[in-house]
Design a protein around this ligand. Structure first.
Ligand code: ASP
Length: 366
């Protein structure tokens, strides 16, 4: 009798958020002109015969172009994942997403969720109306991955490759093979419906889980400024004046920063703004430390820490979460009798140069 059998975790939940995978164009040949997020998660599944008969549940959380992704949607997504992952009958969760900010959402989920069950992001570079869309295959691969026992962590599957959140980046604007896992490469490959594992699944790294307790409207503001020939310190100062609590500099090469910008960054850091140096190069990140044993931070004026392997966009997410976590801790330990203990007070007591040392893993951390 079914009631006597232990329930097997077999259901895969697909949470739709929009993107090109759910995009529709006026004409089949329009591969770059289309409306992202036109289809619901249910419609996406119905359009893929290979998924028929499988134990799949669909939830449409949003239908947006992921260039419009926002913090409130992230929190909603994290809560939906937690809710489904807690169910005994659920093997894993798939999230359909746009490719533009996929690396940021992956980073956010990786740093806030335990992901003992697979949380698999997938996307597409061609809209669903293309003669040869990449979305259906990616969705089939994602469902297979999410339903495979032993798989865990926040993952992304695109074009037959499985990536972890660390190192993930979009490296091409329109080709189907648009993602890279950074210097470490993919974690696994999907070949003829079989999973070929190349490296271990990522260990849970929900360093900033506490950030989920805070209303996203109160998450500290972290902005990105790019270093380039002729860069102006005034740009960074303007961001601070506009209320930035943290700044990520998308530096040149190995995280180098134009002197004008650097002076403004050092000044901002003295005022309590957390600053990090990332690299605007597509691959490589920032190599921290040196053969002489002196840390990179020590060698930099003002000791501006590097963001390690994280892309500038991922470094922004991590720094924001680190500051939000510091805020959550400050609020949790604040005396109940202090009615004015709010964001300003908590941020004033947060570490001036960003998160506590334990929140700054190397090389991937902020
Ligand atoms: N602009 C789209 C998005 O990120 C691009 C895509 O999904 O490929 O939603």
């Amino acid at each position: 009798m079914p009631g006597d059998m232990p329930q097997r975790a077999a259901t895969v939940v697909i949470i739709g958020t929009g993107g090109t995978i759910a995009g529709a164009a006026a004409r089949p040949q329009d591969l770059t002109r289309y409306r992202a997020g036109s289809l619901s998660a249910q419609q996406l599944i119905q359009a893929v015969p290979a998924l028929a008969g499988q134990a799949i549940e669909a939830e449409s959380l949003a239908q947006i172009d992921s260039c419009d992704m926002d913090h409130a949607t992230w929190l909603e997504l994290a809560r939906a994942i937690q809710r489904h992952a807690a169910r005994d009958d659920v093997a894993g969760i798939v999230i359909t997403h746009g490719t533009d900010t996929l690396e940021e959402t992956a980073c956010f989920l990786h740093r806030t969720l335990r992901a003992d069950k697979p949380v698999v992001l997938t996307a597409a570079m061609r809209p669903a109306t293309a003669p040869s869309p990449d979305g259906p295959q990616n969705l089939v691969d994602a469902v297979l991955l999410a339903g495979t026992p032993g798989v865990r962590g926040v993952l992304a599957v695109l074009n037959g490759s499985v990536f972890g959140a660390d190192g993930l980046r979009k490296v091409h604007g329109f080709r189907v093979d648009a993602f890279s896992g950074g210097d470490a490469g993919p974690l696994a490959l999907l070949q003829d419906g079989r999973l070929r594992l190349l490296r271990a699944w990522p260990a849970a790294a929900p360093l900033f889980e506490a950030a989920l307790q805070i209303d996203p409207a109160s998450w500290p503001v972290v902005d990105i400024v790019t270093s380039h020939a002729g860069a102006r310190g005034a740009t960074l100062q303007a961001l601070v004046q506009a209320g930035a609590h943290g700044i990520v500099i998308a530096g040149t090469g190995n995280g180098s920063v134009h002197t004008s910008l650097l002076q403004a960054a050092v000044q901002a850091q003295r005022q309590g703004v957390a600053v990090r140096r990332a690299s605007r190069c597509l691959l490589g990140g920032v190599v921290d430390g040196a053969a002489d044993g002196q840390s990179d931070e020590a060698r930099w004026p003002g000791g501006i820490p590097s963001a390690g392997d994280a892309t500038p966009a991922q470094a922004r997410v991590q720094l924001m979460l680190a500051l939000a976590t510091a805020l959550a801790t400050a609020l949790a330990t604040a005396p109940f009798t202090a009615p004015d203990t709010g964001l300003a007070t908590a941020l004033a007591t947060a570490p001036a140069s960003g998160p506590a040392p334990e929140d700054r893993p190397r090389p991937a951390g902020v």
